[in-house]
Design a protein around this ligand. Structure first.
Ligand SMILES: [Zn+2]
Ligand SMILES: [Zn+2]
Length: 337
């Protein structure tokens, strides 16, 4: 596929799309019903539907203690940890293998022409972005992921929280399942915004930002505190009346769903003429410029707070002007002292 039909490449070889990154039209004002209808399939495909199906599969076939008549045992927890790890290895590994190891589409649609692993960097353990990211993903990320899952199931099984059945509350639970991405976006935006506060950034979030040029394994390469906060979005289903399958869906949406923003490619080529949008550009720009795009663009939070960058020259100018204002404020404050 000719990626120059869809974007342009600069002198360094970095590719950028012609079209500015767009916020989903779902919460646009004034409302745009036709645009919403056209966009709706993208809301479900391919990721949302996949994560929802995975939640059902986990509930009925994977989690060793779901009838919840079964006691939660350490052996069951270890089994769940191993299966979760294997699933993540296959899912993230698929993108890594195809795009970064086999380099199946070379640098076509690749935002940053450089390959992270070709460049040893002292910020990472053993100076390797991939190794550092994989160790963090499986060393702390997956234990935290599995622990959250077990705590949620434990609370439901003990009756500590209301467990609504699909038979008794079909409409409410269907709506709740539909807004799982909305809950995710809101939780992620608020957490992420807080993590960019100076001390928290230095202590916690800078770990994730070591990947200036993210690749699939960067997705969950975070400080354990961030992993807990990020994957902990599933705990909302202990607060709002819900069902454990939807709680698992919420967890999968965060865990497996961390990857689209970190693929590093705008499109995944499937055949010579067909490619799937990755929806990675908004979060790629966050990794590149740090103080823009705290959300993923489902809800226009960044537009609301003036931190949206769509990748266009106008977006760039808005960002620069904001940085200048910030610098002026900091200088003025320093002058007062
Ligand atoms: Zn990221
Ligand atoms: Zn960040």
């Amino acid at each position: 596929m000719d990626d120059l039909e869809y974007g342009k490449r600069n002198k360094r070889g970095d590719w950028a799309p012609n079209e500015p990154a767009a916020i989903a039209p779902l919460f646009a004002f004034p409302p745009r019903p036709l645009a919403v209808l056209k966009w709706l399939p993208h809301y479900f495909l391919p990721y949302n539907l996949l994560f929802a199906v995975l939640a059902v599969v986990w509930w009925y076939w994977i989690i060793p203690f779901t009838g919840l008549m079964t006691r939660i045992t350490w052996l069951g927890v270890i089994e769940l940890f191993v299966i979760n790890s294997l699933a993540l290895l296959v899912f993230f590994g698929f993108f890594e293998l195809r795009l970064y190891i086999l380099r199946a589409q070379q640098t076509r649609f690749k935002y940053n022409a450089k390959w992270p692993n070709d460049q040893p960097n002292k910020a990472f353990l053993f100076e390797r972005q991939n190794l550092d990211s994989i160790l963090r993903t499986f060393g702390t990320g997956m234990p935290i992921w599995t622990a959250i899952e077990v705590v949620i199931l434990y609370c439901y099984s003990k009756g500590y929280v209301p467990w609504l059945s699909f038979a008794a509350h079909p409409v409410y639970l269907a709506v709740l399942a539909l807004i799982v991405p909305v809950i995710h976006e809101t939780h992620f935006f608020l957490l992420h915004r807080a993590l960019h506060w100076g001390p928290l950034y230095r202590w916690v979030h800078s770990v994730h930002h070591n990947s200036v040029n993210p690749s699939p394994w960067s997705s969950l390469a975070m400080h354990p505190v961030e992993q807990l906060g990020y994957l902990g979005v599933a705990f909302w289903h202990l607060i709002i009346p819900s069902n454990p399958i939807i709680a698992i869906y919420q967890l999968h949406f965060a865990g497996f769903g961390a990857i689209p923003g970190h693929i590093g490619f705008d499109k995944m080529e499937v055949t010579e003429g067909v490619a799937i949008d990755s929806h990675a550009y908004i979060h790629y720009l966050h990794h590149k410029y740090f103080e823009v795009n705290y959300g993923d663009g489902l809800i226009p939070y960044d537009k609301l707070f003036g931190t949206f960058h769509d990748g266009s020259p106008e977006g760039e100018a808005r960002m620069r002007a904001r940085y200048e204002r910030k610098k002026a404020r900091a200088n003025a404050a320093a002058g007062v002292k």
